[in-house]
Structure formats: structure tokens, C-alpha cells
Design a protein around this ligand. Structure first.
Ligand code: ZN
Length: 84
């Protein structure tokens, strides 16, 4: 199966020993930790780097955005209860 949208080697070390994985992962976005419970990515067995080739990147960016939105909604709700 040919898929030009997908990188089949590690962009960090060039190893071809990478595999698909779904696991909890905490990303740091603009200095803020964002925890994704089911993060879908490729992991390198050689250097442990995590990459998001092609359509995985789109899904990844969406889950990051959704998670930040959820956390901000929770924060906003908390602020409403703060004293004026
Ligand atoms: Zn690697």
C-alpha cells in the first residue's frame, strides 16, 4: 500500500523502526501542558521520538484545540464564581 502522505521513517534520527501507537501523552503548547488521553502517533523504537505524519497531524491538532477549549471553559466557569 502506497501512501505518500505518511512518513515511514523517524524525522529525528532517520530510523525506519517506527510503529503506530495510541497512548496518553502530555504536550506543551506555548508553555502550557495539554494532556491528551488517547494520543495517536508514530513512535520510534531507536530514539523514542513521537511524530505525526500526514493526517495524524490534523487529528492531533484538533484534539489539542478541543482539549484547550475544554480546559478554558472550565476555567471560565471558575472565574464566574470568583468575588467581584
Ligand atoms: Zn528516531
Amino acid at each position: 500500500m502506497e501512501n505518500n502522505d505518511r512518513t515511514d521513517f523517524c524525522i529525528e534520527c532517520g530510523s525506519r523502526d517506527i510503529f503506530e501507537e495510541t497512548s496518553p501523552f502530555t504536550h506543551v503548547v506555548k508553555g502550557r501542558p495539554v494532556h491528551i488521553e488517547r494520543d495517536h502517533h508514530m513512535r520510534c523504537r531507536a530514539c523514542d521520538a513521537v511524530t505525526y505524519p500526514g493526517e495524524m497531524l490534523r487529528a492531533f491538532l484538533k484534539s489539542i484545540t478541543d482539549q484547550i477549549r475544554r480546559e478554558d471553559a472550565t476555567l471560565a466557569a471558575g472565574c464566574d464564581r470568583a468575588p467581584r
